[in-house]
Design a protein around this ligand. Sequence first.
Ligand SMILES: Cc1ncc(COP(=O)(O)O)c(C=O)c1O
Length: 409
Amino acid sequence: MTSRRQFLAAGAAGAVLTSRVRAANSEFNYSEIEERIARRDFRDLVKADLPTPALILDEALFQKNLHTMAEHNKATGLKLRAHVKIHKCPEISKQQLALGAYGVCCATTAECELMIGSGIKNVLHTCQPAGRAQIARTVALVRREPTFTGVLDDPITVGALEEALSAAHARMNVIVDVYAGLERQGCQPGESALQLAQKVDQSKHMKLVGIMGYSGGASHTHGWEARRQRSTSDVAAMLETVELCRKSGLPVGIVTGGSTGTYNIDTENHLTELQAGSYIFMDTLYRRIGGKSDEHVYSDFDPALTVMTTVISQTRPNQCAVDYGNKATLRTTDEVKGRPGVKIDSGGAEYGMLSWNDGGPEIKLGDRVEIYPSNLDTSTNVYDRYYVARGESIVDVWPIMGRSGAAQR
Ligand SMILES: Cc1ncc(COP(=O)(O)O)c(C=O)c1O
């Protein structure tokens, strides 16, 4: 029987794709692993011990991504309010803040509650609260954390929120959300945005602090130059609106927007704050858009997150089934780590199919295979936790506290 030391050495020396170590070699059973995680005792825990499918975060690549963005922000003066929707994990936000990020952005009221409940300040909700229930929760957040800031794109929301804030004797920081190429949100730029900003500014219980224009349509445009042109054109009217508001004497200190795809374009576009999120992990769809220095691969940030799976059947040549299917958000645009030629197809709700040409990789029953997901938001939403890996060793476990379910709403 393989000793624990030999087992660890084999894992560290092994290829990234397959550990070649069966679960039978592991000294921990499932409930022991859960007990150790609860005690935060990760000694001798290795990837091969974990139940699959599991989200594995490569600590070194993740840290590299955090530092790359932090250095960019320092060099350009662009403040980072990193988007939470990608990871839904307060631990990750705290690491971004420790490296100099100004705050965080959230997509839902529940994410704002999670972050503020974790003691995080300068939370920006990038979607307006609509309806009585969300407005009541927004007011509760303002009362709890005065740095909390929300966006608005409609005079109806200004009226409803003002009334609720007034009843609670609270005052809220507000950013006017202006259309920047994405039809799901943002008031019309120009005169109507100016009127909305004036309405906010005149409201007794709101403080106008800036303008948002999220050019989400530009973020995944292929080719850096094409992306630059698309983003510049998508935010042009929003930036003219910023000038219009400032000329009218409105206090527009913050101009916020942008994404991982446009982080080194947004500086030119005169944003003061960047909302990038995906850069911390990267996914296959982002990797394909190409960067400023590499037109084929967007390599400014490294792919730090994988779904680790187990080969559960291999009865035919050149193909196998893994325990990663539609429920675990398998997509045909995912990629197998270390094996670019391997094709991924769905095998149903619980299973995925990997196939390859003659001469392809040797993947065998029981092997571990790591797969890069295509879309981080949806992937991280269905897992409980990130297993943080240093080589083959698991060195930490971070719960994904804001994932799907009641807490998401
Ligand atoms: C409003 C808003 N800002 C910023 C982002 C972050 O974008 P990315 O993950 O592409 O960096 C998103 C993502 O969808 C978003 O919805």
